[in-house]
Design a binder for this molecule. Structure first.
Ligand SMILES: Cc1cc2nc3c(=O)[nH]c(=O)nc-3n(C[C@H](O)[C@H](O)[C@H](O)COP(=O)(O)O)c2cc1C
Length: 355
C-alpha cells in the first residue's frame, strides 16, 4: 500500500519527498505588472517549509491577453523572470519540488486588465470575444511553450498546464468549440491544441523538466465520457509526468448520474509511468490516504494548505491529523503566511475560511 510519506519518482526531474502537492491557488498578491511580490513569495515558501512534496504557483498568465484577475502572477515576459528566479531558489532550499501553473483566461480573461479583447475558440458575443484566427492559435501554443521555457530558466522543476475549469485550453476542449480548422469539432480535434502545447514544451525543455496537466473531469462543456477519453489519451501520450484531475470533491459521485465515484473513472485508466493526482476537499491525513488507496499517486491540497502552512508535514507525521475547522481570524491566517491581499480575496468568496 502506498503511504503519503512515500517519495514519488517521476519520469523526469527530481523525486518528490512525499505524495502531497500544494494546489495552484490564485491569491491576487502579485504586483500590477504580474511580477511576484514578497507576500506571494513568502506564501509559497512557507508551504515548502511546511513539507509539501510539490509547491505550485497560482495560475500564471502566459500572454497579456490571458490575464483574468487583478494581482495575477505573470510569466508572459522576461520582466517576470527575476521574481520567479528568486521564488524558485527559495523553494529549492526548503526541499520541495517546484512548478508554475501556466494559464490563459481566454473568454474568461478581463479586458479591463489585459487591455485587449478576449480570445475564444468560437465567436462569443456574451463575452465580447471573437473566434481566434489560425495564426492566433499558433501564437497561443507558442506563448505556452515560451512560458514553460521561462519557468525552466527561472529554475523551476516543472510546469503544470492549466487545461481545466473552462479557461482557454478548457474552452478548446468544450463541446461548443466547433471550429472547422482541425482545432474543433470532434474530441480529437478539440484536444489538438493541448497536445501541441505539451509536445512543444517537451521539445524545448530539458530532460529533467517535469510536465503536468490539469483537467476537469466533467462540466465546463465536456461530458464525463469526454473527460475520461481526454484523460485516457493524454495518459497514453507519454508526454506527461503527471495528470492532475481537478475533482473539487474527491469523494463525489459523477454529476450526470454515471456509476460509482468520480475518482474511479480516472484511477482505472491505464497510465504507464505517468502519475495521477487528484484534488478536492482533502482535509486530513485519512482523506489523503483514502485517495492513495483509491489508486491515486498524488494528493493535491488547497484549502487545507491555507488553514495550515504545514499541512503536509503534519499529515506525514500524524496519521490522525485533521485540519482545524475554519473560519480562521485574519491574525490566524497571517500566522500561516497568508498575506492581506489574499485574505481579502478569500473573504469575498470563502467565508468558511476567513472569519
Ligand atoms: C482561493 C482559491 C484559488 C484557486 N486558484 C486556482 C488556480 O489558480 N488554478 C487552479 O487550477 N485551481 C485553482 N483553485 C482550485 C484548487 O486548486 C483546488 O483544486 C480546489 O480548491 C479543490 O481543492 P481543496 O478542496 O483542497 O481546496 C483555487 C481554489 C481556491 C479555493
Amino acid at each position: 500500500m502506498t503511504s503519503i510519506s512515500d517519495p514519488l519518482s517521476l519520469t523526469h526531474g527530481p523525486v518528490w519527498r512525499n505524495r502531497l502537492a500544494l494546489a495552484p491557488l490564485t491569491n491576487t498578491q502579485s504586483n500590477p505588472d504580474g511580477t511576484l511580490s514578497e507576500d506571494e513569495t513568502r506564501w509559497l515558501e512557507a508551504r515548502g517549509e511546511g513539507g509539501f512534496g510539490l509547491v505550485m504557483t497560482a495560475a500564471a498568465y502566459v500572454a497579456p491577453a490571458g490575464q483574468a484577475w487583478a494581482g495575477q502572477l505573470g510569466i508572459a515576459a522576461d520582466a517576470h523572470l527575476p521574481g520567479l528566479t528568486r521564488l524558485a531558489e527559495r523553494l529549492r532550499t526548503t526541499g520541495t519540488a517546484s512548478s508554475v501553473q501556466l494559464h490563459h483566461g481566454g473568454r474568461r480573461a478581463d479586458p479591463a486588465l489585459s487591455g485587449r479583447p478576449n480570445q475564444c475558440p468560437w465567436d462569443d458575443p456574451e463575452k465580447n470575444a471573437v473566434a481566434m484566427t489560425a495564426g492566433e492559435v499558433e501564437e497561443l501554443v507558442a506563448d505556452f511553450v515560451a512560458a514553460a521555457g521561462r519557468a525552466e530558466r527561472a529554475g523551476f522543476d516543472g510546469v503544470e498546464v492549466h487545461g481545466a475549469h473552462g479557461y482557454l485550453l478548457g474552452q478548446f476542449l468544450d463541446g461548443r468549440n466547433q471550429r472547422t480548422d482541425g482545432y474543433g469539432g470532434s474530441l480529437d480535434h478539440r484536444l489538438r491544441v493541448v497536445t501541441e502545447v505539451l509536445e512543444g514544451i517537451r521539445a524545448t525543455t530539458g530532460p529533467d523538466f517535469q510536465l503536468g496537466l490539469r483537467l476537469t473531469p466533467e462540466g465546463n462543456g465536456i461530458t464525463l465520457e469526454e473527460g475520461r477519453e481526454t484523460a485516457r489519451q493524454v495518459l497514453a501520450s507519454g508526454l506527461l509526468d503527471y495528470l492532475d484531475m481537478s475533482l473539487w470533491d474527491v469523494f463525489m459521485r459523477p454529476r450526470g448520474g454515471a456509476d460509482g465515484l468520480l475518482i474511479e473513472h480516472f484511477t482505472d485508466l491505464p497510465r504507464g509511468d505517468t502519475r495521477l493526482g487528484v484534488a478536492g476537499r482533502v482535509l486530513s491525513a485519512a482523506d489523503a490516504r483514502w485517495c492513495l488507496d483509491q489508486g491515486a499517486d498524488i494528493v493535491t491540497v488547497g484549502i487545507g494548505a491555507i488553514l495550515h502552512h504545514d499541512f503536509a508535514a503534519r499529515a506525514v507525521a500524524d496519521g490522525e491529523f485533521q485540519a482545524r475547522p475554519g473560519p480562521l481570524t485574519r491574525e490566524q491566517l497571517r500566522a500561516e503566511a497568508v498575506g492581506p491581499a489574499f485574505i481579502d480575496y478569500l473573504a469575498a468568496g470563502w467565508d468558511h475560511v476567513v472569519a
